[in-house]
Design a protein around this ligand. Structure first.
Ligand code: SF4
Length: 364
C-alpha cells in the first residue's frame, strides 16, 4: 500500500529550527502553541516562504479576501516544501480572484440562514441538525462554504452572531424528531477540551439524539490537537463519528497518521469528506493517492463534494464532468472502499444529490 507524505520527524525538526528558532520540540507538539503562533499576514509568510508575484499581490490586499488567513506553523512547514502556487498553498493562501462573485454564486450557498432554528443551529433535514459550535478554524480553507460566519479577514467582529450552544441545546431537547446532530463550525476542535466536553455531554444527555458527529479539518492542519486527553474524552461519549477533511495526499504526514491512529484506538469511526478542487486534487493520480492512503490509515473516503456555489470560489471549483471522469477511472483500479460518493448540495439547500453511482467495478 502507499506510503505517507514525506514530512518526517527529522524534516519537521529542521524546519522548526530554521523558521521558529526559539520554539522547542515541546512547543511544536503543543496544539495551543501552534494556534497562538498561526501566521495571519503576508509578512509572516514572506519570512519563510518564497512567494510568487500572484501570491504577493493577493497577500498585499487583505480587503479583497473572502476569509481570514491562518496557517499553523506545522502547515507552514508543509507549504515550505511546495513551489509557489502548489496545491496546499492554494487551499490556504488568498487569491485575488476571491473578490469576484461569479454567476449564481451566493454568500450563503446552502441557504443555511433560512433553515436556522436557533442561534448556531441549522435544521438541515427533518431528522438532522447542524450545530455551529464556533466560528474559528485552525486554518481557513479558501473554498469554505461558510465564509459568512468566519471572523472578518482584517479582525473585528465575526461575520455572524457568535454561536449560542445553550439555546441550540434547548431547541434540540424540545424536538425529539431530530436524532442526528453534526457538530461543525468553524472547526469544533479549536475549542478547549472543557468546552467540547460540556457540549458533547449535553448532547449525549438528550435521549433522542442517537447520532453525534463532528466535522473537523484539525487532523490535517493541526494534528497535534488530537491529544491522549481528547481521545479519552471522545471515547467517553461514544458512539461518536468523526468526519475528517483531508483534501490532498500531502496532508497525510506521519503526524496526521498518528492523530488518526489515536482516534481509531479510541473507538471512533473515521470518514473523510473532500471537495473537488481545480488544479489541486481534480486528477486521477492525486485522488487515487489521497483515497488509498486514507484507507491505509483506517479512514473511509466517504464524500467527494462538487464545490458549492460560494461567492469568490469560482477559480477553485472543478467541474462535475471532471469529477465523474476521475471516479470512472478509479473504478477497477482501486478497492471499492476507496471510491467516495460524489455529491452536490444544490443552491438554497434541499438536500444532497448523488452525481456518480459510486462503487462501480472496484470490488470490495
Ligand atoms: S476547516 Fe471547515 S469550516 Fe474551517 S475554513 Fe475549512 S472548510 Fe471552512
Amino acid at each position: 500500500m502507499s506510503s505517507l507524505s514525506t514530512f518526517d520527524a527529522a524534516q519537521e525538526r529542521a524546519f522548526r529550527r530554521r523558521a521558529f528558532p526559539s520554539a522547542t520540540a515541546a512547543d511544536w507538539a503543543d496544539w495551543r502553541w501552534q494556534l497562538r503562533h498561526r501566521i495571519r499576514s503576508g509578512r509572516g509568510l514572506e519570512r519563510v516562504l518564497e512567494l510568487s508575484a500572484d501570491e504577493r499581490r493577493a497577500l498585499a490586499a487583505p480587503d479583497t479576501w473572502r476569509m481570514p488567513l491562518a496557517v499553523t506553523p506545522y502547515m507552514l512547514g508543509l507549504l515550505s516544501r511546495e513551489t509557489p502556487g502548489g496545491p496546499l498553498r492554494r487551499t490556504l493562501l488568498p487569491d485575488v480572484r476571491e473578490a469576484r462573485t461569479g454567476k449564481g454564486e451566493r454568500r450563503d450557498p446552502l441557504g443555511e440562514e433560512a433553515h436556522q432554528v436557533a442561534p448556531g443551529l441549522v435544521r438541515s433535514y427533518p431528522h438532522k441538525a447542524l450545530l455551529l459550535a464556533t466560528a474559528d478554524c485552525a486554518g481557513f480553507c479558501r473554498y469554505c462554504t461558510r465564509a459568512r460566519t468566519a471572523p472578518a479577514p482584517l479582525g473585528g467582529r465575526p461575520g455572524a452572531a457568535p454561536p449560542d450552544s445553550g439555546r441550540a441545546l434547548a431547541w434540540l431537547r424540545r424536538h425529539p424528531e431530530v436524532r442526528d446532530v453534526l457538530v461543525s463550525g468553524g472547526d469544533p476542535l479549536v475549542m478547549s477540551d472543557a468546552r467540547l466536553e460540556h457540549l458533547l455531554r449535553a448532547l449525549r444527555a438528550i435521549p433522542h439524539v442517537d447520532l453525534i458527529r463532528i466535522g473537523t479539518k484539525t487532523p490535517a492542519v493541526l494534528p497535534q490537537r488530537i491529544t491522549p486527553a481528547l481521545a479519552r474524552l471522545f471515547r467517553s461519549v461514544r458512539p461518536l463519528w468523526l468526519s475528517l477533511h483531508f483534501t490532498h495526499p500531502s496532508e497525510l504526514t506521519p503526524r496526521a497518521a498518528e492523530a488518526c491512529g489515536r482516534l481509531l484506538d479510541a473507538g471512533l469511526p473515521l470518514m473523510n469528506q473532500t471537495v473537488l478542487l481545480r488544479g489541486i486534487n481534480d486528477d486521477v493520480e492525486t485522488m487515487r493517492r489521497l483515497n488509498e492512503r486514507l484507507l491505509h490509515l483506517g479512514v473511509k473516503p466517504y464524500y467527494l463534494h462538487q464545490g458549492d456555489l460560494a461567492a469568490g470560489t469560482g477559480h477553485l471549483r472543478s467541474t462535475v464532468a471532471r469529477g465523474r471522469a476521475i471516479l470512472r477511472a478509479l473504478c477497477g483500479q482501486v478497492s471499492g472502499y476507496a471510491i467516495p460518493h460524489f455529491m452536490f448540495d444544490p443552491p438554497g439547500g434541499g438536500g444532497k444529490r448523488h452525481l456518480f453511482p459510486g462503487g462501480g467495478r472496484g470490488g470490495d
